[in-house]
Design a protein around this ligand. Structure first.
Ligand SMILES: Nc1ncnc2c1ncn2[C@@H]1O[C@H](COP(=O)(O)OP(=O)(O)O)[C@@H](O)[C@H]1O
Ligand SMILES: [Mg+2]
Length: 154
């Protein structure tokens, strides 16, 4: 089942609900075309994780990763700009993936082989000018539970 939202605010609210179900060590990957709402969703996820001011949640361009002070550290990565596995290594991906924060990866398909075996895949689609689809594809038992709680399993 795909969740379809009809505004940016609705997507943020959905993200907030999902973020509230996440915790230390979780990894969420966002896949979908430009403008599908990956960064917008990340704002909601960070809010759900306790970030008070999500104005600073923007696409990590020059630094490749943003860190937000939520209840746990939230790492926001844009893999679109990652050159390759060497650059990914230099970024300290594994420290983030296997640490106590929550990692959110936009364009995760670019670093598929570097992702931890278990993670929550979110597939985003553009369904109309202001309609966006979100489907959860949990990989691993932990994330099966999260997807079940959201009632949105892709
Ligand atoms: N239902 C919706 N959910 C999310 N964003 C929407 C929605 N409708 C319109 N938008 C717009 O789509 C764009 C999504 O941009 P962004 O989140 O940066 O996407 P991405 O990170 O996938 O490139 C924003 O300009 C946002 O205002
Ligand atoms: Mg983006």
């Amino acid at each position: 089942m795909t969740m379809v939202t009809h505004s940016r605010d609705e997507s943020i609210a959905w993200g907030r609900r999902l973020g509230a179900l996440l915790g230390p060590g979780d990894v969420v990957t966002l896949s979908g075309p430009l403008g599908s709402g990956k960064t917008t969703l990340t704002k909601g996820l960070a809010e759900g994780l306790g970030l008070e001011d999500s104005r600073y949640v923007t696409s990590p361009t020059f630094v490749l990763v943003h860190e937000y002070p939520a209840d746990v550290p939230v790492y926001h990565i844009d893999a679109y700009r990652l050159g390759g596995p060497e650059e990914a290594d230099a970024l300290g991906l594994d420290e983030m993936f296997y640490g106590t924060g929550v990692t959110i990866v936009e364009w995760a398909e670019r670093i598929d082989e570097l992702l931890p075996p278990e993670h929550l895949r979110v597939l985003l689609t553009i369904e109309g000018e202001e309609a966006r689809g979100f489907a959860l594809e949990p990989i691993g038992e932990r994330y099966e539970g999260v997807a079940a709680a959201m009632g949105t399993r892709g």
